[in-house]
Design a protein around this ligand. Structure first.
Ligand code: ADP
Length: 264
């Protein structure tokens, strides 16, 4: 026979239950807030390029079509906005796959420096247009083998290096550092000497659609989803990512990966 609980024990149980219920409710409310905010952001992000295209087409139909110089410029601007929409849809596709947990992480062994050099090659034209130089930090050349999903990691590095160009200063530098931490993990850092991020914005840059300067980001072709995608991918690997930054000095994004030596 189980001993009966005292009144104090019963009331303690009731209070624990009430706290748990309140936490569950708070979480539901927070999710609901996130969902609403996401939809609001999304409709805003979609509307901006669509309205721009609509504006250009209307103006062309209203007579601008007869002026060859103007119509070429308007069509170019309309195309730029359509490209933006396509990028947004691609990023949304990617992020919804990640969020409904459809992402499979297919780990393989590769050397971090090789992938970084590949990504530097892919983005070298874009960097050249701003005079930005890529390099691997001195002392970080020794090959660091890791176990990770190489294609997903390529996406992570492309997003981070692309941001270092977008928010980098002309004639600046993007530097990749690679460290073996404790034999179990490697640390990869992408640093720039660009515009930096102020302290108030830092904790939020990994949120979907969060941008320190919406107009500037949109002007340079940003969707506000790049870092959210990066964080998802790193977390799906069971690893962590963080950022250090100072306005006008630059930013460093650092993330960990599983060392390959661990699984040998
Ligand atoms: P976006 O498409 O706007 O670049 P991201 O999700 O990649 O979106 O980044 C979110 C925001 O974080 C950017 O709009 C920018 O304000 C800031 N940010 C990201 N990377 C950097 C960087 N290397 N230097 C300065 N600011 C950055």
């Amino acid at each position: 026979i189980l001993p009966l609980k005292t009144i104090e024990e019963v009331s303690e149980d009731v209070e624990k239950w009430a706290i748990q219920k309140k936490e569950e409710l708070d979480m539901l409310r927070r999710n609901e807030e996130f969902r609403k905010e996401f939809l609001l952001n999304l409709s805003h992000e979609l509307k901006t390029p669509i309205f721009a295209v609509q504006g250009y087409i209307h103006t062309l139909l209203d007579g601008a079509l007869d002026d060859p110089a103007v119509n070429k410029m308007f069509l170019k601007n309309a195309t730029k906005n359509i490209d933006r929409l396509c990028r947004l849809i691609d990023d949304l596709d990617e992020i919804s796959k990640l969020e409904i947990g459809e992402m499979t992480v297919a780990k393989e062994q590769f050397v971090v420096q090789d992938l970084i050099k590949d990504v530097f090659d892919t983005l070298s034209l874009k960097a050249n247009t701003k005079g930005i130089k890529f390099s691997i930090k001195k002392g970080c050349e020794a090959p660091v083998p890791v176990m990770a999903d190489k294609e997903k990691l390529r996406q992570v590095l492309i997003n981070l290096v692309d941001n270092s160009i977008k928010y980098g200063k002309p004639e600046g530098h993007t530097i990749a550092s690679i460290y073996n931490m404790d034999g179990k993990r490697a640390l990869i850092e992408i640093s720039d000497d660009g515009i930096g991020i102020s302290e108030e914005h830092l904790p939020r840059v990994f949120e979907r659609f969060y941008r320190t300067d919406r107009a500037r980001s949109r002007d340079i072709g940003g969707t506000g989803l790049g870092l959210a995608i990066v964080k998802h991918i790193i977390e799906a690997h069971g690893q962590t990512i963080n950022v250090r930054s100072k306005p006008e000095i630059g930013s460093t994004f650092g993330f960990t990966l599983e060392s390959a030596r661990n699984s040998e």
